[in-house]
Design a protein around this ligand. Sequence first.
Ligand code: SF4
Length: 335
Amino acid sequence: MITPTVLDAESDRWQRELAQAIGDPEALIELLDLPKALLPEARAAARDFPLRVTRHYLGLIRPGDPDDALLRQVLPLGAECRPTPGYVNDPVGDLAARAGSGIVHKYHGRALLITTGACAIHCRYCFRRHYPYGEDNSIRHHETMLQQLRGMTDVSEVILSGGDPLSLSDRRLQRLLEALASIPHLERLRIHTRLPVVLPERITPHLVKQLATRRFATSLVLHVNHPRELSDALRPGLWRLRAAGVTLLNQSVLLRGVNDSAETLCHLSEALFDHGILPYYLHLLDPVAGAAHFEVAETNAIALHEAMRARLPGYLLPRLVREVPGDSAKRPVHR
Ligand code: SF4
């Protein structure tokens, strides 16, 4: 039994770290010893989609290297401000698939809940960077969402998404999980999160217990794009989750200048497995406005996937997919 005091102490630790995330481009540039000339563009791009990066993730970035693969994922660039044909605010058709307040219903038997608009890190290529989150973090919003879900009896798997669902406080998450557990037609729980990767303290004993004691078959789908994101600090929490029966999967996005080499992608798959995580999806970039500079052409993506296939055992080869609005499943790009 975890007492409220222990729960509060655990929550305090990760929430304190979260509160210390860096949001000022000037601070980021100074801390990482980057050229000051990057500042005006970074400020301009951050006006639309603010900079946010945890101290833990900052510690994984190589100082003094403007092309660092991890830095590229968080540093706002002037390229984000240039409109590109085909790059839009809602690239995967989330808004058209809304089945009610905060529920996205695209695929048979599954419903995705927008539990919050908050994240611990702002990934510059995020397909929801323009999503109108509004009040998605309010208690009232969660209650409305749950009420609608109770009526969706054809849904057997619920996906907690956002934003990042693990940015919810332990108490809020507990209330949400308890309410979901009381809905008879739900059988599986999936949580899409990047938070443990950028703030390993988030995998608290209480979180592990919450996920272990639910009546669902539970999977945690992490979002790791580069092997250097898998720090040693992450390892103990992941093993505790596995020991508690939680399935760990990963989805990556193929990003130019970040992971667009066969060597990096193979290393990523191997490092994921070493951390107890199975590679699941390798997504082509969703064409969201502001992220065109991350695009890897489909022909190159296929060549990279083929190179991975030649080097990796089948269970370490993620499926190369793209999401097409209106499709009934993710579309395979390559066999
Ligand atoms: S953590 Fe996920 S939802 Fe949040 S900004 Fe990154 S990609 Fe988007």
